[in-house]
Structure formats: structure tokens, C-alpha cells
Ligand binder design. Structure first.
Ligand SMILES: NC(=O)c1ccc[n+]([C@@H]2O[C@H](COP(=O)([O-])OP(=O)(O)OC[C@H]3O[C@@H](n4cnc5c(N)ncnc54)[C@H](OP(=O)(O)O)[C@@H]3O)[C@@H](O)[C@H]2O)c1
Length: 192
């Protein structure tokens, strides 16, 4: 079975969006800078990190807020965040219609990870969205955390690690890429 890895761009003060994220500003007000390394300011090192994620992606798992921010016209178009890579979306109420790459999961994180892993085979399940990632971590289902650390302080928004409580989660850092764009790509294994 493949790896289950969260992969998100984060500000130095721990936010994966600026304030008021949603359809108008998927990364919140002022938060678009978090994804500049994917295009606007990308260096060869940034592109290599991105390519590795694209090549390894078997499925993507996200929460409903991430889905609502970018689905359809003006966002991902007819596909998902990685084109036709299958995506699993945690939600309490599936939408009436959705592009065919999306499967909606209403029976919790364990079920969502199991379905995403089965569909990914030997490839990676990439978890997007802070809520989904923290649930997977708390349930002992996350193998790896990738943080693309962006040199900005956003001050407000959605925090990547806000719901975990006081129990320490031990990590082993296994890669650091200083991309030259100012972004530091960090990769950690979760110690179980
Ligand atoms: N910086 C980055 O690299 C990056 C990457 C990905 C996403 N993002 C941003 O992150 C933001 C969203 O993150 P988020 O953490 O606020 O939300 P999220 O994880 O995307 O979605 C949370 C929502 O998913 C549903 N959900 C979550 N767990 C569930 C469960 N166990 N059972 C049923 N439904 C469940 C609930 O929606 P319902 O109750 O409405 O169904 C919940 O409100 C978006 O703005 C997105 O653009 C940033």
C-alpha cells in the first residue's frame, strides 16, 4: 500500500490560508502568495518538488471546504486539483452534482483514507485541507507531512495545526529543500 501524506503550503505563522477563504479567495485574502512557488516565482527546485508530487499522486483526499473553494469553472474546471487523479471529499452532505473525479465520503476519516488508499494502490494519497490532515493524524493514519514553508506572516486564516490538542506528535524530518524562491520544502515522517 502507498503512503498517506499531507502536502500543504504554510506561512511562517502556521496558516494555510489568509482570512476569509472561500470561493472568491481560495487561499484567503492575501493568501495567494502561498502558491506563488507553483508558478509565479518557481525555481527548478520548486518545479522538481511539484513534479515529484504529481508523479506520485494516486489519489487526493480533502475536506468539503477545500472542494467548495475550487471546484468547477474558474477553479479546477472539469477535473480535480490534479486533473483526472481521483479525489475523495469528506462531507456531511454530498452535492447533487460534481465532476466525475470526485467521490464523497460521509462516514468519516477512517473510511475516507481506506477508500483513497485502495484506489491509489502503490501510489500516494495526498491529503489537502487542514481539517482532513489533522483528522488523519489524530487517527494514526498519516505517514508523512509535507510543509512548503513560505516566508510570509499572514496573521489570520486557517491554521494547519490547530485541532490536535496537547498530545505531542513526534516527527522525523527526512528532507529539506531550500528552493531559492524563498520557499523551504520540508518533509517529515510521523513516528508511531
Ligand atoms: N495552503 C495550501 O496548500 C492548501 C491546500 C489545500 C487547501 N487549502 C485551503 O484550505 C482551506 C480549507 O481547509 P479547512 O481545514 O478549513 O477545511 P477542509 O478540511 O477542506 O474541509 C472541512 C469540511 O469538510 C467536511 N468534513 C471534514 N471532516 C469531516 C468528517 N469527518 N465527516 C464529514 N465531513 C467532514 C466538513 O464540511 P461539511 O460539514 O460542510 O460537509 C468540514 O467543514 C480552503 O480554503 C483551501 O483553499 C490550502
Amino acid at each position: 500500500m502507498g503512503n498517506v501524506a499531507s502536502a500543504m503550503s504554510m506561512s511562517l505563522d502556521g496558516f494555510v490560508t489568509g482570512p476569509n477563504d472561500g470561493r472568491k479567495h481560495p487561499l484567503g485574502e492575501g493568501g495567494a502568495v502561498l502558491h506563488d512557488w507553483l508558478g509565479k516565482t518557481a525555481t527548478d527546485a520548486d518545479r522538481a518538488v511539484l513534479q515529484e508530487m504529481v508523479d506520485g499522486a494516486g489519489t487526493i483526499l480533502m475536506g468539503r471546504r477545500s472542494y467548495d473553494s475550487c471546484v468547477g469553472e474558474g477553479g479546477w474546471g472539469d477535473g480535480g486539483p490534479a486533473g483526472d487523479v481521483p479525489c475523495f471529499v469528506l462531507t456531511h452532505e454530498p452535492p447533487a452534482e460534481a465532476p466525475k473525479v470526485f467521490t464523497f465520503v460521509t462516514d468519516g476519516i477512517e473510511s475516507a483514507v481506506a477508500q483513497a488508499k485502495a484506489a491509489a494502490g502503490d501510489r500516494t494519497v495526498g491529503i489537502h485541507g487542514a481539517t482532513a490532515a489533522q483528522q488523519a493524524l489524530a487517527a494514526g493514519l498519516l505517514d508523512e507531512i509535507q510543509v512548503h514553508l513560505v516566508p510570509v506572516l499572514l496573521g489570520d486564516g486557517v491554521r494547519l495545526f490547530d485541532l490536535l490538542g496537547a498530545s505531542p506528535v513526534n516527527l522525523t524530518r527526512d528532507r529539506v529543500v531550500e528552493a531559492g524562491s524563498g520557499v523551504t520544502h520540508l518533509r517529515f515522517r510521523v513516528v508511531r
